[in-house]
Each structure stands twice: as C-alpha cells, then as structure tokens.
Design a binder for this molecule. Structure first.
Ligand code: GLN
Length: 252
C-alpha cells in the first residue's frame, strides 16, 4: 500500500448493498483522482478481517435482517469500531447509520444491539418513509443535501448530538428529537439519503475527502454536475406528491 494514497474501504457491500450506496466509494475515488491524489480502494466482505488503517470507511443501507447480521459483525470486530469512533472518517447510510448506533428495534419488537459507536437509537415507525428528502447540512460550506429515503426506522439522537442536517422536506430521522436527518460527530457522517448521496451532493464528498487531506480541495469544472444538481434540488424541494419529468403527478 502506498504511503501517500488515500485509503478508502467499502464495508460489507455484500450485506448492506441493496441501494447502490457502494457508488459513494466511486465518487470519492474519482473526485480525489481528478485532483491528482492517489487512492486505494479496499472491499471488506463479511468473511474477511477488516483493515483498521484506512482513512475513509463507507457503509450502505439494507434490509432489517441484513443489518442485524452487520451489527453482530461489528461487535465481532471491536478494533474496527474503535477506529471508526476515534480516528478514521466514516460515511454511514440508512441501515449503516442504524447499525452504528446503540440499538435498533424492528416492527416485530425485536431489539438488536448496534455497534455502539453512535449515540442514537432506532425504532420501527408505523409507516415507511419513501421519497425525496432535502436537508440543510450542518457541515460548513456543504449547503443543501438531497437524497432518496426508503426506511421504516425512526432514529432518535442522544441529547446534544447534532444531526447531519436540518430536514426541509421528507422524513429523515423522524425521531422524537425533531426535524433532522442523520448524525454528525467528530468522525462519523450518517444520513438516510441514498442516491448514492455523494453523487447527488459532490460538496459532501469533498468535505469528507478534506478530513483526510486536511486542506480545501481545488474546485472542479464540471458543468454537467451543476445541471444535475439543479434538477435534483427542484425535484426534492417540491411537495409530495411530486411531479415527474413529463409533468404528471407520481407516487412513490
Ligand atoms: N431496514 C432499515 C429500515 O427500514 C434500513 C433501510 C435502508 O437501509 N434503506 O429502516
């Protein structure tokens, strides 16, 4: 492994991989390479021992049974948990966010202990949250975030813990503590947004890379990216039921 390369690990894409969240790894890598930075990607499958020396770790979403497996996997790899809690930067999406918490309870009432890295708990709601979500990100310079949510879980953050963003439309955490999406700690960025979220929100990708490089990254001249972002913001900001590209009302 090169000393100077940014090391990015996709955690358990074989378990928590139903929503294309692995695309977040591609976005991070490509945006780093466009700046002339070296990147090394590692895929950590369920049967392997996770490396604890990576700079960035990514965890995606998945079904309830898959996330119960993932929670147990984390409890079996406590050194990885310490790395995520104390040193590396982690992006955790939906089930990934829930798994890193204290516990999660599914609709049958079964409670599963999480990895205990994040001060939050999750309980199944009565209605699935499906559709576009928009938030105002709490990370400096990132601005509005958009994504697609699809979850039963409602997440409550412990007192004093910050969400990643203030939810402007959609459900996000939907927990007892009010209108936030995800969580923001000193090492972990969590969100309910799929998309993949970093493809839809390049500024968030750059903010994550910056935690590794320690300095602002030079801007990229990508006109298509700006056009796509305008479409996404227009789509997400509209009230549900939303309008499709041809103007017809559509339901999720
Ligand atoms: N199974 C979890 C829930 O429904 C997470 C879903 C997801 O990752 N999209 O809340």
């Amino acid at each position: 492994m090169s000393e100077s390369a940014i090391r990015i690990a996709a955690l358990l894409p074989d378990v928590l991989g139903t929503y294309s969240d692995r695309g977040n790894v591609t976005v991070l890598s490509q945006r780093a390479r466009w700046r002339g930075l070296q990147v090394e990607e590692t895929v950590v499958l369920a049967g392997s021992t996770p490396p604890v020396d990576c700079d960035l770790y990514l965890l995606g979403g998945g079904e309830d049974a898959a996330q119960q497996y993932a929670a147990e996997w984390f409890r079996d790899h406590r050194q990885l948990g310490a790395t995520l809690a104390e040193r590396a930067t982690t992006l955790a999406i939906c089930a990934g966010l829930q798994v890193l918490g204290e516990w999660m309870q599914d609709s049958s009432g079964t409670r599963t202990a999480g990895a205990g890295i994040l001060p939050l708990t999750t309980t199944a709601g009565t209605k699935r949250a499906v559709g576009e979500v928009v938030s105002e990100c709490g990370m400096p310079g990132v601005g509005l975030l958009t994504g697609f949510e699809n979850h039963m879980g409602r997440t409550t953050l412990a007192a004093g813990v910050a969400p990643l963003g203030r939810t402007l439309s959609g459900v996000g955490n939907g927990g007892a503590d009010g209108g936030g999406d995800g969580v923001l700690t000193s090492t972990v960025v969590g969100t309910y947004m799929h998309g993949p979220v970093l493809a839809r929100n390049p500024a968030l990708a750059d903010a994550l890379l910056q935690t590794v490089t320690g300095e602002p990254l030079p801007p990229l001249d990508l006109p298509d990216q700006e056009a796509v972002r305008r479409i996404r913001l227009g789509d997400g900001a509209a009230a549900r039921p939303r309008r499709g590209r041809l103007g017809a009302a559509r339901r999720s």
